[in-house]
Write a protein that binds this ligand. Structure first.
Ligand SMILES: Cc1cc2nc3c(=O)[nH]c(=O)nc-3n(C[C@H](O)[C@H](O)[C@H](O)COP(=O)(O)O)c2cc1C
Length: 324
């Protein structure tokens, strides 16, 4: 057993969290993660309306009696979803753990506190983490440059960002971005992390509701299989390298591209088709550098059990043996 401040805080068996994932974080995956003793997190905006989110929370409850959370990602968009209503749906459903991301959780903190919700805020810099701590979050997920999705603009990998955050903050910190296996999990614990948060690795599990082609493709990937796009727009996103993301990077390399020039290529609905129909070149899909470390497609239970037992072996075996 690996016991940390995060396992205590969330009442989970293992210091492992599945980060929110748009078009991936459905009830089947989330309940499988939680049943494996880790913390599953539903993705609020994957549900078309707050009412659908309420139903998805109920569906998850039907499949697990273990703790799980909901991710609420607030990003600048032309037509913003009704964030406040999604937050109300979360608290109204009795969910007690929320992962916030995208911007400061401050506007929602009063509501979450009123309903005794523990907030784990995901951010990509120590300064944003300190700000979130000051508005009352219970824990921080610090997202290094390796991560899938939005790594921010500072380009600091987890190896440096995690200890910086862990030393600067009083609340427990989870390492995120690049974690995939027992080796990286033990490293996170050594760096001051109280848990790891994984996205990419959890996509390649049996219960993730995405097409098998995507999972198979992930097992063939290496450390050069991602692209960074939107760099020139200061809204960097790490996605899987395919013909569509290559094209976006090419267009941006002119140095004069605007969002309009790539808008159709990066449309979320096209990415959704990749996940649902398995046409890998249809659109953009998120993946982190840790995709290089995905070698198989186990069940969540197999993956989490393996992670924890191998982590214990490393701690009791290799780390002891290097001690002179
Ligand atoms: C397909 C996919 C979709 C994601 N969507 C979201 C999202 O909607 N909101 C969010 O906060 N993070 C999102 N993430 C990021 C993950 O929660 C997590 O921070 C990230 O995957 C960690 O890095 P890793 O991929 O190296 O494990 C997504 C990641 C993936 C792989």
């Amino acid at each position: 057993m690996l016991k940390t401040r995060i396992t205590d805080l969330f009442g989970i068996e293992h210091p492992v969290i599945q980060g929110g994932m748009q078009w991936v974080g459905y009830a089947e995956l989330v309940s499988a993660v939680s049943n494996a003793g880790a913390l599953g997190i539903l993705t609020a905006l994957t549900q078309p309306t707050p009412e659908d989110l309420v139903k998805e929370i109920e569906r998850t409850r039907g499949m697990t009696d273990k703790p799980f959370g909901v991710n609420l990602t607030v990003l600048p968009t032309i037509n913003p979803p009704p964030y406040e209503e999604y937050a109300q749906a979360i608290v109204g459903s009795g969910v007690k753990i929320v992962e916030t991301a995208g911007r400061s959780p401050e506007p929602f903190m009063e509501l979450f506190k009123e309903y005794d919700v523990k907030v784990i805020h995901k951010c990509t810099s120590v300064r944003h983490a300190l700000k979130a701590q000051s508005v009352g979050v219970s824990a921080i997920t610090i997202d290094g440059f390796e991560c899938a999705g939005h790594p921010g603009e500072d380009d600091i990998p987890s190896l440096v960002l995690l200890p910086q955050a862990a030393e600067a903050l009083d609340v427990p910190v989870a390492g995120c971005g690049g974690f995939s296996d027992a080796k990286s999990m033990v490293a996170a614990l050594a760096l001051g992390g109280e848990a790891i948060v994984m996205g990419t690795r959890f996509m390649a599990t049996k219960e993730a509701g995405i097409h098998q082609n995507v999972k198979d493709k992930m097992t063939e990937a290496d450390e050069l299989s991602t692209n960074l796009m939107f760099r020139t727009m200061h809204n960097t996103a790490r996605v899987f390298k395919n013909s569509v993301s290559d094209q976006v990077v090419d267009i941006e390399s002119t140095g004069t591209a605007s969002f309009e020039d790539v808008k159709d290529l990066v449309a979320g609905q096209r990415g959704r088709v990749v996940f649902e129909e398995g046409d890998l070149e249809h659109g953009i899909w998120s993946a982190g550098i840790s995709v290089a470390r995905v070698k198989d497609v186990p069940t969540c239970k197999e993956m989490v059990s393996r992670l924890v037992s191998e982590a214990e072996e490393i701690i009791d075996g290799r780390l002891q043996s290097v001690k002179a």
